[in-house]
Ligand binder design. Sequence first.
Ligand code: GLN
Ligand code: ZN
Length: 757
Amino acid sequence: METTVIGYPRIGNLRELKFASEKYFRNEISAAELEKTAREIRAYNLELQKKSGLDIIPSNDFSYYDGVLDTAFMLNAVPARYTELGLSELDIYFAAARGYQGTKGDVKALAMKKWFNTNYHYMVPEVDDETEIRLVGKKPTDLFREALEKGIRTKPVIIGAYTFLKLARYKGEKTAADFIDQTAAAYSELLDRFNGLGADWIQFDEPSLVMDMTSDDVKIFESLYEEILSSKGSVRVLLQTYFGDVRDCYKEICKLGFDGIGLDFVEGKKTLELVKENGFPDDKTLFAGVVNGKNIWRNNYASTLLILDELKKHSSQIVLNTSCSLLHVPCSLANETLLSESCRKHFAFAEEKLSEIEELRQILEAEYPLVTEAYRRNSALHSEPRSGRNDSVREKVSSLTEKDFVRLPEFAEREKIQKARFNLPLFPTTTIGSFPQTAEVKAARKALRTGEMSSDDYEKFIKEKIAECVTQQEGIGLDVLVHGEFERNDMVEYFGECLDGYIFTEKAWVQSYGTRCVKPPVIWGDISRARPMTVKWSVYAQSLTNKPMKGMLTGPVTILNWSFPREDISLKESALQIALAIREEVLDLEANGIGIIQVDEAALREKLPLRRSDWREDYLDWAIPAFRYVHSGVKAETQIHTHMCYSEFADIIRDIDNMDADVITFEASRSDLTILDVLKENNFRTEVGPGVYDIHSPRIPSKEEIIAAIRKMKERIPAEKLWINPDCGLKTRGNAETVPSLINLVNAAKEVRNENC
Ligand code: GLN
Ligand code: ZN
């Protein structure tokens, strides 16, 4: 039995790519030096995968920023505003990824969106009526050659034609269907090139197949691949799906001329059923995604063998595979020096998953699989009782009733009471919470960690930063202030550290977008609040100003979604346990005089099931109540804000209103403000702050630009419900761009306010 993986993390074992790229952005190293780091990462990954015994090793899973962006560049789908800048190829690429502001021009980045149900973000390709899709990029073939020179005949990984066309944003009259011929021709040419290079397998990633598909979608898919596969030569084509099952097109894909089909047996609720009911074509290889590419727990070999036993009845050619790219898990447990052995043995990161795949192969090939050493060790691990149980939390969760999820009085009455209490001007200005996490702040946290700074000195330092931040905001003229979140490494990890039931890693970074990585904490046991988490900072910050100071928390759904979740209890149970803890903090803040409390649900939409039919039952039916429970106990005059890091909630707009927050801020600037119409049509009740500028880019928005955005907002949203703020936290930005941006924001708000009065 052969083995493979869908893709390997590309940021480098110790985030080498991130650091090199950031140096490149700051002009500290040359393009050649950045390229050298990239080559070293690829060589390291290839070597590691080879050493682990993997038969089919991926290539082109490397990217300087994002794989979808790479595909757009490969296919000539790059808006002219970037190519016209007259920059080097690499810098045009980074301009599309990050925006560009300099001597050659001033352009915003492409839009960025969550990659299916993960916390990875891809760049949204833009296609207009003039776009001519054709194969122009050489990266896939270059990287194939690079590996070949090292003696490894890799499996190039390419975002598939259908997924590319589905993810692209169409700016003109034309739609995906109008680009079928061009796209198919480009992919056919790519196959030709790989034939010429002697590739054995090529993998087309088509995660869009696990979404709800209409019959037109299926037709587009068929048209594309009938054409692409019609002259494919000797290279074997693998259709790789992941993040779910392909129930809407299973029969159709089985009929097409693929040589292999990759299916996800971890997240695909119906995948096994599909194979059992319809069989699997004899002429194809089944790439069985049985090792979870998204979570960090050790595979349960007993359950995996059951799946494989079943599959063997339907296919004689099976390749062992991960369920999705390992991009979504950290690189290696070897980087963790502080984990206790009792925890560590339950984990498998990317590198360890390679060994799991190899072990599974050996078990399957053994004459008596169940008595192999590897199998026995694994089943002992899975039958061991785990620490971290908390019966009182479990009881509290099970005794919650309907009324625990309802805040009284109702929204409209609270709105009146709060307007009277805070007496804010029209279009109140605020920020989302964090202020720039400068090198100084990071250094202090590091010094605290290593013991070079005492906790008293650290506390003093953070308080100084808070004081500076308050003065800064008062100077800028913002209406509702924040303390700046300097004490936080990360909006989830920080809370995890104050909660019982969590454990942490040191270097377990996962790419979130571009050079940005996150280090999700691990939910190990039942969750409870060990101590107040933010009260001290918020109370101190409030003591420095007469303006309202927002308390700043992360909500239960986001904490859960940005952690590695348990697999032994349900997500709902975990969410409610966390909600219990955050609610205690909310009430604590309120009791300590904090009048406005923001509970960020940045990631609420992230784990929305990909198929609409699963939305309520599998997710919203517990996620929205978990949020409501967090704030249902506060007084009418306490204003609850929430924040979301995206604006695609048109389809769950009612649910979002139903979270019953008083104010919601969200990203809007990158998505052309289209959400505003939806808010209007739905009579959105919650007050809103659709971000007026994009903080993901270092460019400074002009006052005029912000005024234009506010005017647009004002046309759709009642003035008395409109807040003015950036579209997300400022922690990744520098002060150099933050201060002028916020000054422009405040001045823009004032100007529109004056027009209105
Ligand atoms: N309050 C958080 C911050 O400003 C929110 C971050 C986020 O939405 N990702 O950093
Ligand atoms: Zn955000």
